[in-house]
Design a protein around this ligand. Structure first.
Ligand code: FAD
Length: 465
């Protein structure tokens, strides 16, 4: 079987790795960029500062992925971190997750949040129709209005009432009243919730170092860089690059955005209507190189969330805390990486991002003075977040099976368009699993059963796949 893979991100490299390990020899991979990694690539700017495409934190639901990471960079290749994640609100810092740490709020807001929670205890109105309803019903009006709704609009760039609820799984900590009561009465921080409370980061080269290593460990000559797909003839199974090269295939593993795949293909015209219903948001990354040292308040923080309108970003990462090698000389510099979302429902003036980010850093108290800013590195990513919008699953359930009948397997963050399985570990495994399916017919788990792969195994913890 001749297998063509499109895209050298986590998904494409997962498929390639599996095919190579299985000794399958008839495959090749086309990538439009000059380097591997896709959205998980890293860039060193002209001043020697390293940037990721937004804050990337590694966490794994799969032993196969842990093994890959161990092998990719070796033992000395990593720096271990304890998560220090915070929310900046009302001029104070609240540890993540917000709902377990409302004791940190000023008294009036603390009371408002508590009253809202008490009002929804025991309320039962059937399944929520959308994400906003879920947030209001689960957390009450106080937490919803103060943090959940403004923050979620800022990050998704679409109103929460237009999002579905099936994706949340481990992504949103639903309230545990015991924990909340404990934090308020004992004035105690609850910080260890969630799947990524410990994480590791490459000591050199940013997150992209992982994928450069993974790509370099594949058999030589199979990955064709700077080869951008211009056209796919889905009926004749032929792909044409912008530079004119052509390849035929028996099976096509595509990791390029699903809407682009459908729009670029001959023979898939009937899928353009459902593909047009898939929503996404774009992301502006502003990497701010700074002189001096971070203030004491930021010395141990990893990343921070910003629900308020006094700054354009939803998240800022203290990127020089992840590795001292993310800046050219840690005794002289430090760095912050801000992310600003954009969609038709939340337009952004690209020309003003740099200025609004710097002003936002001043407003939020992350920097004291503009003179600290050495330079700003900027990048806009068209496809940033695959929105779990209402109607998404109906569209996917029409598109993906029809593609498979034509030998096209669309997988990955924007290939499968499922945010709940769109991190690096999920994407890598989507690639591995689809390769396994083509090799020996074994069923794919990650793309079709997100709630299973995202659960901890009751006996073995996460190390079960
Ligand atoms: C802002 C942001 C934050 C994130 N945070 C995290 C995090 O904290 N933890 C985590 O694990 N993951 C995170 N991710 C997700 C992570 O980056 C993705 O899981 C992963 O990169 C997706 O891999 P992929 O291979 O499916 O897609 P991509 O990385 O998008 O790879 C697709 C590849 O296809 C190529 N391509 C596209 N069109 C064509 C064409 N026409 N011809 C040829 N090639 C083409 C692209 O260049 C790209 O290399 C984040 C992503 C973003 C955007």
């Amino acid at each position: 079987m001749k297998i063509l893979i499109l895209g050298a991100g986590a998904t494409g490299l997962g498929a390639a790795r599996r095919l190579a390990d299985a000794g399958h020899s008839d495959w090749e991979l086309w990538e439009q960029d000059g380097i591997p990694g896709g959205l998980s690539r890293s860039i060193t700017d002209e001043h020697g500062f390293v940037w990721d495409i937004g804050g990337h934190v590694l966490f794994s639901h799969y032993r196969t992925f842990d093994d890959l990471l161990d092998k990719a960079l070796g033992e000395g290749g990593w720096i271990d971190h304890e998560r220090e994640s915070w929310i900046r609100i009302l001029g104070t810092w609240v540890p993540y997750p917000f709902q377990y740490n409302i004791h940190r709020l000023p008294p009036a807001e603390r009371l408002r949040c508590l009253k809202g929670l008490l009002a929804v205890i025991g309320a039962n109105g059937g399944p929520p129709a959308n994400f906003e309803e879920l947030l209001r019903r689960s957390f009450g009006a106080g937490i919803a209005d103060l943090f959940m709704l403004p923050y979620n609009f800022k990050v998704w760039a679409w109103p929460p009432r237009e999002l579905s609820t099936g994706w949340i799984g481990e992504r949103v900590a639903l309230p545990d009243l015991d924990k909340i009561a404990e934090s308020i009465v004992l004035n105690k921080d609850n910080v260890s919730w969630g799947p990524n409370n410990k994480f590791r980061f490459p000591s050199r080269g940013g997150t992209g170092a992982i994928w450069r290593a993974v790509a370099s460990q594949l058999p030589p000559g199979r990955i064709h860089y700077n080869r951008r797909v211009a056209k796919i003839d889905a009926k004749r199974r032929i792909v044409t690059a912008e530079t004119g090269e052509q390849a035929s295939y028996d099976a096509l593993i595509s990791t390029i955005p699903l809407d682009a795949l459908v729009n670029r293909s001959e023979g898939l015209e009937s899928l353009r209507e459902p593909a047009g219903k898939l929503r996404y948001s774009s992301v502006h990354i502003a990497g701010v190189g700074l002189t001096g040292k971070p203030p004491a308040e930021l010395a141990n923080k990893c990343w921070m969330y910003f629900p308020e309108p006094n700054c354009p970003f939803y998240r800022v990462t203290v990127f020089s805390n992840y590795s001292p090698n993310n800046v050219p000389d840690i005794s002289k510099y430090w760095s912050l990486m801000a992310e600003v979302s954009e969609s038709p429902a939340k337009p952004v003036d690209a020309a003003s991002v740099e200025e609004t980010v710097i002003q936002g850093l001043l407003n939020a108290g992350l920097i004291e003075d503009r003179s600290q800013v050495r330079h700003v590195w900027r990048r806009r990513i068209e496809h940033g977040y695959p929105t779990p919008a209402l109607g998404r699953d109906e569209a996917l359930h029409r598109i993906l099976p029809e593609l498979e009948e034509l030998g096209i397997y669309s997988r990955g963050r924007f290939g499968a368009w499922k945010y709940e399985v769109a991190n690096q570990d999920h994407c890598y495994m989507q690639g591995v699993e689809v390769a396994n399916r083509l090799l020996n017919g074994s069923p794919e788990l990650t793309i079709w059963f997100p709630s299973i792969v995202n659960q901890m195994h009751p006996v073995y913890g996460k190390d079960w796949l």
